[in-house]
Design a protein around this ligand. Structure first.
Ligand code: AR6
Length: 177
C-alpha cells in the first residue's frame, strides 16, 4: 500500500498522529517556535526524556540532520521525534542536511511502527530557510523516502502554520506530481 502525503493548515501541537516531529535544536532541551509549543502542551515528561538522552547516548547533543524519539507526554500522539534542521546559509548548500531530517524522522517513525507522522516546516522559522525552497526539499525528501521504503508509515502530514507556508507546500506537491 502506498503512503499518502497530506497538507493541513494549523498547529502541530493539536494534531492527532502516531508521531509528531519536532524542529528541535542540538541541545534537545527546548527552545521557541514549534519546539517550545510542543514542550508546553506535552508537559514535562518530554523534557525528562530529552534529559535522559543527553545523559546517555546523546551526551554531545543531537547532530544536525539526525532524529531521535521520546514520549509525547500529554500530546495526542504516541511519540515526539526530535530532529535538528540546518540553519539557512546563503553561501553553503545545506539542503542535504534538511532532506536528512525528513528521511531520518521517517526512518525513526517506521522503527516505532508509526502509521501517521506529522511534520512542521523544519528550519523555516528561527533557522530562516526560505519557505518555497524548504517546501521543495521537504516534499522531495518525503516522497523519496516513502518510495524507497515506507515501512509502517501510511500518512505523512505537513502541518503548516500560515497561509504562505501552506501555499508553498501545495506548490511543491503539485510540482512533484
Ligand atoms: N505548529 C506548526 N508550525 C509552527 C508552530 C506550530 N505550533 N509554531 C511555529 N511553527 P521554528 P526552526 C512554524 O522556529 O526554524 C527553536 O527555538 C514556523 O512558522 O519552530 O527549525 C528550536 O529550539 C516555521 O514555519 O523551527 C531551535 O532552536 C516552522 O514552524 C530553532 O527554533 C519552523 O519554525 C529551530 O528553528
Amino acid at each position: 500500500m502506498t503512503a499518502r502525503v497530506t497538507l493541513v493548515r494549523g498547529d502541530l501541537t493539536e494534531q492527532h498522529a502516531d508521531a509528531l516531529v519536532n524542529a528541535a535544536n542540538s541541545s534537545l532541551l527546548g527552545g521557541g517556535g514549534v519546539d517550545g509549543a510542543l514542550h508546553r502542551r506535552g508537559g514535562p515528561e518530554i523534557l525528562a526524556d530529552c534529559r535522559r538522552l543527553r545523559a546517555g547516548p546523546y551526551g554531545k547533543g543531537l547532530p544536525t540532520g539526525q532524529a531521535v524519539a521520546t514520549t509525547a507526554g500529554k500530546l495526542a500522539a504516541a511519540h515526539v521525534i526530535h530532529t535538528v534542521g540546518p540553519v539557512w546559509s546563503a553561501t553553503d548548500d545545506r539542503s542535504a542536511l534538511l532532506a536528512s531530517c525528513y528521511r531520518e524522522s521517517l526512518r525513526t517513525a517506521a522503527a516505532l511502527g508509526a502509521r501517521t507522522v506529522a511534520f512542521p516546516a523544519i528550519s523555516t522559522g528561527a533557522y530562516r530557510w526560505p519557505m518555497a525552497d524548504a517546501a521543495r526539499i521537504a516534499v522531495r525528501a518525503v516522497r523519496d523516502a516513502l518510495a524507497a521504503d515506507p515501512g509502517t508509515v501510511r500518512e505523512v502530514r505537513f502541518v503548516l502554520f500560515d497561509e504562505t507556508a501552506y501555499r508553498a507546500f501545495e506548490d511543491a506537491l503539485a510540482a512533484e506530481g
